[in-house]
Design a protein around this ligand. Sequence first.
Ligand SMILES: CC(C)(COP(=O)(O)OP(=O)(O)OC[C@H]1O[C@@H](n2cnc3c(N)ncnc32)[C@H](O)[C@@H]1OP(=O)(O)O)[C@@H](O)C(=O)NCCC(=O)NCCS
Length: 320
Amino acid sequence: MYARLTGTGSYLPGTAVSNDDLAARGIDSNDEWIVSRTGIRSRFLAAPETTSSELGLVAAQRALDMAGVAASDIDLIIVATSTPDFIFPSTACLIQGRLGSSKGAAAFDVQAVCSGFVYALGIAEKFIRSGSHSKALVIGAEVFSRILDWNDRGTCVLFGDGAGAVVLEAAEEPGILTTAMHADGTQNGILNVPGQVCGGQVTGDPFLRMDGQAVFKFAVRVLAEVAEEVCVDAGIPTNAVEWLVPHQANIRIMEATAKKLGIDRDRVIITVDRHGNTSAASVPLALDEAVRDGRIRRGQRVLLEGVGGGFTWGAALLEF
Ligand SMILES: CC(C)(COP(=O)(O)OP(=O)(O)OC[C@H]1O[C@@H](n2cnc3c(N)ncnc32)[C@H](O)[C@@H]1OP(=O)(O)O)[C@@H](O)C(=O)NCCC(=O)NCCS
């Protein structure tokens, strides 16, 4: 028994906000700095009342439409998010409620920050391979704009909002070949939102904080390592991967990773220039774009990988 991707979907809120737009809003930065350090030219920012569940719902419906699967047939919903609508219930339960017809499906959120989608996909794959579930919705949905300190130019220019989703179904043919998930909690201090709600008040710091250079070095190392790990596990060389869909944080991290793996730049799916870093949504957003524009086709080997706060990292190697 394998788990196979049968549909993808995504959604970006509002209109693109360029680097110049941010500068015009008073952010002490400029297009030249942001593009040269990160490759980011624009991002989408949700309206203040828009939630992760709303973005995730649209992405999920689009993935269900592509798969030709009714919401009522879904028996597992996993949402990866660090910006849930509420403390509880989970964003997955809210999406299930709005999908309307999937009552009874297991639904829960996964918190692994920017690795969240890859973690959620690996978990769903294990549920399906065990035989306990047969049709899963795996969603990454974020409104990171809510947790950005707009006075911190070192972080606020990097992130955006959005959602991506896949339908995963039990199949006799691959499918996901292998997955890997890792964490190093000793590195929790280099990227975090170190706040909480306590006694009706926010305590600590409710904004994203980051040691950019430490994150950069960590990400390049573990993204190459985990890609090699899943390829060894599947018995293929890394350069036999037809498409690399990495977490979209920074073009320089992605290029360095692809170079280490011997994968040409034109086989790397890149959306960071237009989406910024949408955390758990970035991998399924990039995957959906490349599926819909015809680059990723049935039977091709695709490597998805993520890295994020925690620190967490992971990968999934699949035959699309
Ligand atoms: C964030 C990042 C782009 C910063 O680049 P950097 O080369 O490390 O830059 P530094 O933080 O050393 O800052 C260099 C200078 O640019 C300035 N600067 C920082 N952000 C700026 C901005 N948006 N616009 C203009 N200048 C900026 C700094 O103030 C500093 O100025 P100084 O030298 O006068 O003090 C880079 O570290 C990075 O991409 N890290 C990984 C981040 C990431 O991917 N996070 C998500 C992981 S899931």
